[in-house]
Design a binder for this molecule. Structure first.
Ligand code: BF8
Ligand code: SF4
Length: 639
């Protein structure tokens, strides 16, 4: 068994450590063991200078100048690094946007009256979106309006528009800048396909040109596919409002059938929640000896349900194997994205049924129940029944659930934040102007086993709120902060005096849960609304982004659209670009002159906090707002 000090290098959370002890005792491999087995990882790939884009290769260039400096085709380190980065952004943007398209397809079927288990739960939001997209409601039925909106949004995926629909939310200055730079996202699929085209051998051989298209591809995700996903999910499943919830493996209940909902898309998980409450299903669970059916969330499917229904979270990305190690999970229902293929291996050590549901995401060793929105509720019940059947096979002697949960609050959509402020951004702007709130930072993204789980998120967030910076969180970051007790109204006591005062007056936490990763678009919408309200560009606002523990291609797409939208972004994990000093200089310095924002890489969250505080104070100063020196942002550090 590992000594506690070794375990502390793996995760800061006690329930994770408890399950890791069990994994070691029982010889069950987890992500941390597989990472160790991969050491040393390939240095060429880590620096981004390997290429397998064609069959003259694979090639690699030597970043230290000793070996070959070009691939067989003549591509140098700049070209190879920029092409690899571009393809990574395209993969991430495609994942988010394909999720958006799936939501849109069900929305269209719902509007056509062809679905079971779905309804329009936020009519007001649907009408507001229709208006924004230039669709007249008149005296037509809500379904007719919805059909027109679906049609218009489908156009965004195509290739014949000159800009995606939601781009009009941006300040005019930024839209003009995108035009000048030729990075206006025209169509979601178009930008992704064009990136694959450009990175084929012998197409775009100018690293600056390729990198700018990477920003454009990211923008087609943030202001396109992801934004459609968020907005239509709100229409169909309800716009989130502040809601109480809980987090940790202790959310599993020994006396219940436990089913985890894992992945990203709320389409199926929403009907599973309905099915789990169905009296017929509850009766079936009781017949088999369980008290009731207990649903828990993992990753972003969990976040979607926590935001709207207060569903307790079992955990974030690195908990997906550890939740199986409790021996108390009867079924894990997965849709797509961030689901490790290893879950079926770990599940084999217990009785847990892994149920895959998306035809595009199959897992060897899982039971596949294909999702069909026309029979949504029926399929939801079928899945819950599988969980109940698996419960019968649970071995009570194998059950080890770490005790206790942490309370947290979720549900901060832009609408909910504006509501808390009394319907206008004015109080927030005033608090920023007066210096009570210095600025706002989006802390987002994943867990990565290269970093002690949650350490980056929790440490950075703690320092930011101590410095009176409001923190907005999504994805696995939100779960990490929840576990650390930073997301309760009483957590205001952890914040600096100004932020604490504002939070207490409004009854909100200093760290606001804004949803899943596609819901980073809520942060874009809020930033654009603040900029428009003040008549400035987003890049002038005291804002920043951070992804302290990112691992995913989707996180790279998010980073691309956040920076391209004008927001300075700090990454905690080094991206594979360091084989090209030119690409590094472009992304970490020169972009500032181009889009008014840049990337930084800082693995130490304490140092990242200092960087961000300094940046926020510099933005405040440029806007003529009062400056207050703090420990993290001493006067001499601020230009
Ligand atoms: O989309 S934060 S590990 S679960 S990629 Fe994945 Fe990263 Fe979690 Fe959600 Ni986002
Ligand atoms: Fe090698 Fe060029 Fe082919 Fe890449 S595209 S594998 S660098 S020959």
């Amino acid at each position: 068994m590992d000594a506690p000090d070794t375990l502390s290098k793996l995760s800061i959370s006690n329930d994770a450590r408890e399950m890791l002890v069990r994994a070691r005792e029982e010889g069950i491999e987890t992500v941390w063991d597989r990472l160790a087995a991969q050491q040393p990882q390939c240095g060429y790939c880590s620096m981004g200078v390997s290429c397998r884009n064609c069959a003259m290769g694979p090639c690699r260039v030597d970043p230290f100048g000793e070996g070959p400096q070009q691939g067989v085709c003549g591509a140098d380190a700049d070209i190879i690094v920029a092409r690899n980065l571009g393809r990574t952004v395209a993969a991430g943007a495609s994942a988010h946007s394909d999720h958006g398209r799936d939501i849109l397809e069900v929305f269209e079927s719902l509007a056509a009256g062809e679905t079971s288990g779905y309804e329009i739960r936020d009519e007001a939001k649907l009408l507001a979106l229709a208006k924004e997209w230039g669709i007249e409601a008149g005296d037509r039925s809500i379904n007719e309006v919805a059909l027109d909106l679906a049609e218009a949004m489908f156009e965004d995926f195509g290739s014949r528009k000159d800009h995606v629909g939601f781009l009009d939310r941006l300040p005019e200055q930024r839209r003009k800048l995108f035009e000048e730079l030729s990075i206006t996202p025209r169509g979601i699929d178009r930008e992704n396909v064009e990136m694959l085209h450009r990175t084929h051998m012998g197409v775009d051989n100018d690293y600056v040109n390729t990198s700018l298209h990477a920003l454009r591809t990211g923008l087609s995700d943030g202001w396109g596919g992801s934004m459609i996903a968020t907005e239509l999910s709100d229409v169909m499943f309800g716009t989130p409002k502040p809601i109480k919830s809980r987090v940790n493996l202790g959310a599993l209940r020994v006396e219940c059938v436990n089913i985890a909902l894992h992945g990203h898309n709320p389409l199926l998980s929403d009907v599973i929640v309905q099915a789990a409450h169905d009296p017929e299903m509850v009766a079936l669970a009781r017949e088999k000896g369980a008290e009731s059916i207990n649903l828990v969330g993992l990753c972003c499917t969990g976040n979607e349900l926590q935001m709207r229904k207060g569903l307790p979270m079992a955990g974030n990305h690195l908990m997906q194997e550890l939740v199986l190690l409790t021996g108390a999970l009867d079924a894990m229902v997965v849709d797509y994205q961030c689901i490790m293929p290893a879950v079926t291996d770990v599940a084999k050590c217990f009785h847990t049924e892994i149920i895959s549901t998306a035809d595009k995401a199959r897992f060897a060793g899982a039971t596949h129940v294909p999702f069909d929105p026309k029979r949504g509720l029926e399929i939801g019940k079928q899945i819950v029944a599988l969980g109940i059947e698996a419960y019968v096979n649970r071995n009570p002697d194998r059950v080890r659930i770490p005790a206790g949960t942490m309370d947290m609050m979720a549900g901060f959509s832009v609408e909910a934040i504006l509501d808390a402020l009394g319907g206008t951004p004015e109080p927030l702007v005033e608090a920023i102007r007066a210096g009570k709130i210095r600025g706002a930072v989006a802390v987002v993204g994943c867990n990565n086993p290269k970093i002690p789980q949650d350490h980056g998120h929790v440490t950075l967030t703690r320092r930011l709120i101590e410095n009176d910076i409001l923190v907005l969180v999504t994805g696995c970051a939100a779960v990490a902060n929840g576990k650390a007790g930073q997301m309760l109204p009483e957590s205001a006591d952890m914040a600096g005096p100004g932020l604490s005062e504002v939070c207490k007056a409004l009854g909100i936490p200093p760290v606001l849960h804004m949803g899943s990763c596609v819901d980073n678009t809520r942060i874009l919408t809020l930033a654009a609304a603040l900029a428009n309200y003040l008549g400035v560009d987003i890049s002038q606002l005291p804002l920043a982004g951070a992804a302290p523990e990112w691992y995913s291609e989707k996180a790279v797409s998010i980073g691309a659209y956040v920076v391209a939208s004008g927001i300075f972004t700090v990454l905690g994990v080094q991206p594979p670009i360091f084989g090209s000093q030119n690409v590094v200089k472009l992304l970490a310095a020169d972009l500032e002159e181009v889009v008014g924002a840049r990337f930084a890489v800082e693995p130490d969250p304490e140092e990242a906090a200092k960087l961000i505080c300094g940046h926020i104070e510099a933005k405040r100063e440029a806007l003529g707002l009062p400056f207050v020196a703090t420990d993290a942002a001493p006067a001499d550090k601020v230009a």
